[in-house]
Design a protein around this ligand. Structure first.
Ligand code: NAD
Ligand code: UD1
Length: 332
């Protein structure tokens, strides 16, 4: 298949490009380098021994984006492009709605115009309403608390509406849990410059000596050790889930939604301990106040993805920690 990968030079996109090519597909990448670097393309080309078609395009410019559809026969789209910083979305909601929703509408208009009927969309576990009942299944109540999450939910709803209006349209919505780790080669990973917000990017900076200690946001949640529990998934497993999701285009339902997680929850202190075990590096931490907006615990019910698209995560928490560190220490 010729697959258009929007945001294909980003963290999850770059790993998915590798899986697409390794599974015999052709990847066409669109990215505006807002949160990625052109070096990723050079590394992909070298690693895969290919010359991947790349367009440096801001998808907010529909005319430029249309050239991609004119110049390529596209069979399906994997849509990663978007902004993802929750805190920033609270401060600059319009920036998030304009980009995340605006570029998706541009993409969907062009898909309609050029008869492209298949899309895999990057949604997030953040669309679920806080629930006392765990694990989270795909049919549990939805509810969002910030503009980033709302942009994901709105896009899910737009896809539902299009699917309702066009019986040939097929969308696979993947609700990612917490992707961490990096490519086994050590060549691809998450580039965090400045002070990161998320847990693993923060831990690797502490390991590197760039930050003094980890702030653990609260130890008074109703969880096994009081710290927040999440379902972390290796980014390579997550990338592979997109290849598995391709088979859902052949299902009779035209919208298929899957949780992509491991089904196991780890606390912040579990992650610290596993990171220390995987790398031999001590991670000093201090318990501080809860982070506003955080939920105590959530993890995926991953049975639907297993049953319908045969997806099961293979990598464990030690590999996630080891690979995250391997990438960070080598990237200078
Ligand atoms: P990322 O920021 O590394 O990748 C997104 C890519 O999209 C970047 O390379 C960026 O330059 C590009 N982009 C953004 N706006 C664009 C535009 N207007 N035109 C062209 N390119 C544009 O993010 P990621 O972690 O790889 O996430 C990929 C997708 O998965 C995002 O939609 C994100 O919301 C979603 N997601 C991520 C996580 C996570 O924890 N990383 C969790 C759940 C969902
Ligand atoms: C965050 C996003 C969410 C996104 C998800 C995927 C927020 C509020 N939510 O979720 O929308 O889908 O990433 O990656 O940003 N923690 C610390 N110290 C730190 C950082 C985090 O203790 O320095 C704790 C948090 O309180 C939480 C856990 O670690 O319990 C994971 O946090 P994080 O990596 O930021 O992810 P989420 O908050 O789950």
């Amino acid at each position: 298949m010729n697959i258009l990968i929007t945001g294909g030079l980003g963290y999850i996109g770059s790993h998915t490009v590798i899986e697409c090519i390794n599974n015999g597909h052709n990847a066409i990448i669109v990215d505006n380098l807002y949160n990625s670097k052109i070096e990723v393309l050079h590394k992909l080309n070298k690693f895969l021994n290919k010359d991947i078609t790349f367009y440096k395009i801001d998808m907010q410019d529909i005319k430029e984006l249309e050239n991609v559809f004119k110049e390529n026969k596209i069979d399906a789209v994997i849509h990663f492009a978007g902004y993802k910083a929750v805190g920033e979305s609270v401060e600059k909601p319009l920036k998030y709605y304009e980009n995340n929703i605006g570029i998706t509408i541009n993409l969907l208009k062009l898909m309609e115009k050029y008869g492209v009927k298949k899309i895999i969309f990057s949604s997030s576990a953040t669309v679920y309403k806080e629930s006392k009942i765990l694990p989270l299944t795909e049919n549990m109540p939805l509810g969002v608390t910030n503009p980033y999450g709302r942009s994901k939910l709105i896009i899910e709803e737009i896809l539902q509406d299009i699917a309702f209006s066009d019986k040939d349209f097929k969308a696979v919505i993947l609700r990612y849990f917490n992707p961490i780790g990096a490519h086994i080669s050590g060549l691809f990973g998450e580039d965090n410059n400045g002070i990161p917000n998320n847990l693993m990017p923060y831990i690797v900076k502490v390991a590197k000596g760039e930050l003094e200690y980890l702030r653990v946001f609260g130890n008074d949640y109703n969880t096994k050790d009081g710290t927040g529990v999440r379902d972390y998934i290796h980014v390579v497993d997550l990338a592979k889930a997109h290849i598995k999701a391709i088979k859902a285009f052949d299902f009779s339902k035209n919208i298929n939604i899957y949780n992509i997680g491991t089904g196991t929850g780890y606390s912040v202190l579990d992650i610290v301990k596993n990171f220390e075990k995987a790398t031999g590096i001590h991670i000093p931490y201090k318990i501080v106040e809860r982070r506003s907006g955080d939920i105590g615990e959530y993890y995926a019910d991953s049975k639907k993805a297993k049953k319908e698209i045969d997806f099961t995560a293979e990598y464990g928490i030690l590999e996630m920690c080891k690979d995250a560190w391997n990438y960070e220490k080598n990237r200078g």
